[in-house]
Design a protein around this ligand. Structure first.
Ligand SMILES: Cc1cc2nc3c(=O)[nH]c(=O)nc-3n(C[C@H](O)[C@H](O)[C@H](O)COP(=O)(O)O)c2cc1C
Ligand code: SF4
Length: 523
């Protein structure tokens, strides 16, 4: 063995990276190093979010971290031979990680630590700015913490974009013998993965955000509700909660503040509706995920009938930086009433899929072309579904609209949780509209008629379009109006968004001519 200090390397243990072979790459690096008699300090970090480069191997050098990717296990002997441990050039070399344009152009606030160190090391967490928010919050009164959140302009990142400070104030001012903080980590939206990435790559950030929320609203118990399809996130969070408890970050006296806060992880079976906050609370209480009528709001009467703060992972994980750097720092990012940043998730038919955290105000075009590099197929991008399965399809003519909550509302779309799913010009928008109705029929909790029956009728009407295009389109519009106006929750209420946006922006796909097949010339 060499007597020099072990060379530090990073190979992500994020599920996205593991799914393309990061585990095999890590093992291949260990065995090649052993064969060469080299000592390595191999850290399994979170993903940098440059998914098209995964597995992304990084080497610490005097000049900074140098990246190689996408590395396959069979490439490992070759990169060793090329001198990658010294950061030397190789065909898979990407240069200094921090200078890769996809990363360098981002404004990482919530994801500032992502990929930097070992997600489970509290030392790494602290060294990279962790716990500064909680330490400051402990010195403030609960009202001051809520005021700070309100002043930051943070709005819920789970989908509805409700002002976070207002929700916190409601839970704070509601008197009760017990209050809860619940993290909505169900992340059922198509094409989204920011919650999972954060839980796997920076779990203490979520725990810190929840502890601050608990101090502010007066809760002593928290739950993270996630899905069993996220086994790596569950394992990492479980270990992080244990270590946080051991370090006094959770427990009877959070960091010596005199406040108690306990945290538990709960797994759902993966029903989309269990992401809706009241169905989630039902599921947490051990019942099927049926939506509750509102009012009362969960902030007043939530889990076990007590005031409950329900926030998304990204909302809660944005809290530590707001507290540590101050409301004004966060508020200064963004445009109009959309303050701060959003981790957009590029997915679908896109060349460079991954996570792009940027201040509100950039355009879909910026994301799709500057970051995403256009479609993976090389064909023109025709439609983009923004904001998950209840989000509208945005046509190319609107790619220049700023990603700002209000601008999107004005054009009949929503930003939601920041999921961006791209489709090229081979997409059949009638099929996409049908899929939206079918998804609603499958995932509906069944509590109200417009959604339960309306979605099934919606599939039938779309299937019968060819028989009477004009009449059935009118019927579809009327059905959508009934679902919008009469549904108890946004599942039935917003399914018309993807359906009607497809009809309005791509009418040619709903005519008989398009029925006979795609007449477009291949590019
Ligand atoms: C059908 C449906 C599914 C939802 N799924 C999620 C989800 O997976 N994650 C989430 O945070 N919010 C989801 N929401 C929104 C939640 O009901 C709620 O608004 C959110 O958890 C509040 O947190 P926030 O204010 O931090 O966004 C969903 C809503 C609906 C109607
Ligand atoms: S809209 Fe659908 S999911 Fe929501 S309560 Fe009604 S049936 Fe349930």
């Amino acid at each position: 063995m060499s007597s020099a200090a072990p060379q530090r390397l990073y190979v992500p243990a994020d599920s996205g990276a593991l799914s393309v072979g990061a585990g095999q790459v890590a093992r291949a690096i260990q065995s090649e190093a052993a064969r060469r008699g080299l000592a390595l300090d191999l850290i399994r970090n979170g993903s940098r979010g440059l998914y098209w480069l995964e597995p992304l191997v990084e080497v610490a050098t005097a000049a900074g971290r140098v990246a190689y990717g996408p590395v396959r296990a069979q490439d490992v002997p070759d990169i060793f031979a090329a001198g990658f441990l010294a950061g030397r050039p190789h065909r898979l070399g990407q240069g200094l990680t921090a200078e890769i344009p996809y990363l360098a152009g981002q404004e990482r606030l919530t994801f500032a630590r992502m990929g930097l160190g070992d997600p489970l090391s509290l030392e790494d967490y602290r060294a990279n700015g962790g716990l500064a928010g909680l330490e400051r919050a402990i010195g403030l009164s609960p009202d001051q913490i809520v005021q700070e959140l309100t002043a930051s302009g943070l709005r819920g990142r789970g989908g509805a974009a409700f002002p976070t400070g207002i929700k916190w104030a409601k839970v704070r001012e509601t008197a009760a013998d017990r209050k809860y903080v619940v993290c909505n980590a169900d992340e059922g939206d198509s094409g989204t993965f920011s919650d999972r990435m954060l839980m796997e790559g920076d779990p203490y950030c979520l725990i810190e955000g929840m502890a601050i929320a608990a101090l502010a609203v007066g809760a002593d118990q928290g739950y993270i509700y996630t899905r069993s399809e996220y086994p790596h996130a569950c394992r990492t969070l479980g270990l992080a909660i244990e270590r946080a408890r051991g370090a006094g970050l959770l427990g009877p006296d959070v960091l010596g503040s005199g406040h108690a806060f306990e945290l538990e992880l709960r797994l759902g079976a993966g029903a989309y509706i269990c992401g809706e906050e009241t169905a989630l609370l039902e599921s947490l209480e051990g019942r099927p995920g049926l939506v509750r009528a509102k009012p009362p709001l969960p902030a007043v009467c939530g889990l076990f009938g007590r005031p409950t703060l329900v926030n998304n992972v990204i909302s809660l994980a944005s809290v530590p930086i707001i507290l540590s750097k101050g409301a004004a720092f966060y508020r200064d990012y963004g445009v109009g009433h959309s303050h701060g940043t959003l981790p957009f998730q590029l997915a679908g038919n896109i060349r460079r899929g991954g996570l792009v955290e940027k201040a509100f105000g950039l355009t879909l075009g910026d994301l799709l072309y500057d970051y995403g590099g256009g479609s993976a197929s090389g064909r023109p991008i025709r439609a983009v579904q923004v904001g998950g399965p209840l989000g509208a399809y945005v046509p190319e003519s609107r790619f220049d609209v700023p990603l700002d909550y209000d601008a999107y509302t004005r054009m009949g779309a929503m930003i939601g949780h920041g999921g961006i799913v791209a489709f090229d010009d081979t997409v059949d928008m009638r099929e996409q509209a049908r899929f939206a109705m079918e998804f609603c029929a499958v995932e509906s909790c069944g509590k109200c008629t417009p959604c339960r029956i309306g979605s099934t009728r919606g599939v039938e009407v779309i299937d019968q379009l060819a028989a009477d295009p004009e009449g059935n389109l009118a019927l579809l519009e009327e059905l959508c109006e009934t679902m919008t106006d009469g549904s108890l929750c946004a599942m039935g209420g917003m399914t018309p968004f993807p359906v009607l946006s497809a009809v309005r922006h791509f009418p040619e796909d709903f005519t008989a001519a398009r029925e006979s097949g795609d007449s477009r010339e291949p590019v």
